[in-house]
Design a protein around this ligand. Structure first.
Ligand code: ATP
Length: 321
């Protein structure tokens, strides 16, 4: 592999820039030519591909978003789209790819590698941490720290006014952001899609706290569970005496400077992606498991089946009493 392309695809995540930087500089260090493919698979199809130099990635390790931009691309689902994309790569002599994105982006990469025999390496870039074969995904730690900072601030006002706050965090079908940020902020309840919420138990718990004059409550709800508004409606109806407010954190969780942890894993994964191409470890997703690099065949790089341990939820119950 002598010429490689790097792209970001799907939703953006803080730390993607650190990964791009690592791929570009490790590639150049090993005598490769490196190209940046703009807007995910769209740039591959539209031939929006630019040469990258060591200086192209200067001063980006600390920036959120992605300098290569990202997109979702319908045409890439079709064979014709992928054929056109491969044609553009071939013209430039690109014979290896690094794709930073989620499981959808890996499915696309797997198809391309099967149909056109181009080695592809996937790096898990998503704030949701919903990918199997890695303990961390690029962006999760930043998103969860942003959520913690916001929830801490909300707790100040909740405390001043004796309010009950229902805070919705991101994570799509995964409850990791809710679970981690909820435990770290001492949330009284955490509602996640991996566990069916017993509304009766929730309401009774709140009523019991009200009896004990514990009026400040923070309930963290994952977006993939029932929405925060929905939970608020039930609580307002069942406990009209509670001063109930809703806050949906939304897109602030996607942006901002990546944490040290995200910069570190993105750098390690980016480096390892190029090493894998050199060593012939093709068509894998690079993960980190037990602090060691871990390789999952692209066709098996799928959304994680959630395994949230009962212990975690027990901790929430005990510590928030
Ligand atoms: P996120 O988890 O942030 O949404 P993702 O990588 O899962 O990231 P998707 O929108 O699922 O995001 O996929 C990104 C792009 O990958 C799609 O727009 C499409 O171009 C390509 N892609 C996804 N699935 C396939 C597939 N089955 N075949 C070909 N290309 C695909």
């Amino acid at each position: 592999v002598t010429k490689i392309g790097v792209l970001t695809s799907g939703g953006d995540a803080p730390g993607m820039n650190a990964a791009i930087r690592a791929v570009v500089r490790t590639g150049i260090y090993n005598g490769m030519e490196v190209f940046g493919i703009m807007r995910g698979y769209s740039g591959m199809i539209d031939n929006d591909i630019v040469p990258m130099h060591s200086r192209s990635v200067a001063n980006i390790i600390q920036r959120g978003g992605t300098i290569l931009k990202t997109a979702r691309c319908k045409e890439f689902f079709e064979y014709e789209g992928r054929k056109k994309a491969y044609g553009n790569l071939k013209k430039l002599g690109i014979n290896g790819l690094v794709i930073i994105g989620g499981d959808g982006s890996f499915r696309g990469a797997h198809k391309l590698s099967e149909e056109f025999d181009i080695p592809c390496i996937g790096l898990p870039g998503t704030i949701d941490k919903d990918i199997a074969g890695t303990d961390f995904t690029i962006g999760f730690d930043t998103a969860v720290n942003t959520a913690v900072e916001a929830i801490d601030k909300i707790r100040d006002t909740a405390d001043a006014h004796d309010r009950l706050f229902i805070i919705e965090v991101m994570g799509r079908d995964a409850g990791y952001i809710a679970l981690h940020s909820g435990i770290a902020t001492g949330a009284e309840n955490i509602l996640i899609p991996e566990r069916k919420t017993d509304i009766e138990e929730l309401v009774n718990g709140l009523l019991e706290k009200e009896r004990r004059r514990k009026l400040v409550n923070i309930i963290v709800v994952a977006e993939g569970d029932r929405g925060a508004e929905d939970v608020a409606d039930i609580i307002k109806e069942r406990i009209p005496s509670a001063d109930t407010r809703v806050c949906v954190l939304g897109h602030i969780q996607r942006g901002g400077a990546p944490t040290c942890m995200d910069r570190l894993i993105a750098s390690r994964m980016g480096y390892s992606a190029v090493e894998s191409l050199i060593e012939g470890r093709h068509n894998v997703m690079i993960g980190i498991v037990n602090n060691k690099m871990h390789y999952t065949p692209l066709e098996k790089a799928v959304k994680a089946k959630q395994k949230i341990s009962d212990d975690w939820l027990k901790i929430v119950k005990i510590l928030a009493s």
